[in-house]
Write a protein that binds this ligand. Structure first.
Ligand SMILES: [Zn+2]
Length: 238
């Protein structure tokens, strides 16, 4: 009888709730030694619904790539994932996104976005110093170090898969972003207690980038590149 109860507890997923008390994700049952990846499809958040260019909505593109990545991770022995929102249009604050990854004990929080501005191609951002927002200062030195290692591993994984099909820019840091320059780090990074990385997958206002990421093949290539980066990171991190 005792054994049966224990199995039921071990076999139960742990629900993760938003600050408003709404269930937004489940942590898979800790039944194996899998590394858990928190896939965070960008927007809508408290600050933005995401950009729109060339008839493409950033929020939709991020969701579609997240689903591709989720599928690839699920097929990978030793890896599992959770998403930080259950539906494409669900508003989740940047703080909640980090808290979901923290509560899940993620090996990595991977935040998917599309950029707007001058430039093209894919760019990674990681927190390189602590920042302060909502009275909270973070992330820790350990998270900063691990986020840098994650960025380097992700850059290597992406480079190997993207080849010449999508430009890969040098790694950047939170502090060069608009929000990061004011706060010290992005809000999602400040609240992160796990390694955190933003992938600005393309410049959505760039016509050839938009054409690339509009197609399922482009989305899949990015997802495969990110999977390679995840595997590179968790293997060096083990
Ligand atoms: Zn975005």
């Amino acid at each position: 009888m005792t054994l049966l109860v224990l199995l039921l507890i071990v076999g139960s997923a742990t629900a993760i709730f938003s600050q408003a008390g709404e269930k937004i994700a489940s942590r898979p049952a800790p039944t194996d030694n899998c590394q858990l990846i928190a896939i965070d499809p960008g927007h809508p958040s408290e600050t933005s619904g995401g950009c729109v260019h060339h008839g493409l909505k950033e929020v939709d593109i991020c969701w579609q790539v997240a689903l591709q990545l989720e599928k690839l991770v699920a097929a990978e022995p030793g890896l599992r994932s959770i998403k930080t929102k259950p539906q494409v249009d669900r508003l989740v604050t940047n703080r909640e996104r980090a808290e979901i990854a923290n509560a899940a004990g993620a090996a990595l929080m991977l935040r998917l976005h599309c950029d707007s501005g001058k430039g093209s191609g894919c760019t990674l951002y990681y927190p390189d110093r602590e920042g302060t927002v909502q009275g909270v200062t973070g992330p820790s030195e350990e998270v900063i170090t691990q986020s840098r290692l994650a960025a380097e591993a992700m850059q290597k994984g992406l480079a190997g898969v993207l080849g010449s099909q999508l430009k890969l820019n040098p790694i950047k840091t939170d502090s060069v972003t608009y929000v990061g320059s004011k706060q010290g780090a992005l809000t999602g990074s400040i609240f992160a207690k796990v390694p955190a990385l933003v992938v600005e997958m393309v410049y959505l206002n760039n016509a050839s980038d938009a054409a690339f990421i509009k197609e399922p093949a482009g989305q899949e290539l990015l997802a495969r590149g990110m999977l390679a980066g995840i595997k590179e990171f968790v293997s060096v991190n083990r």
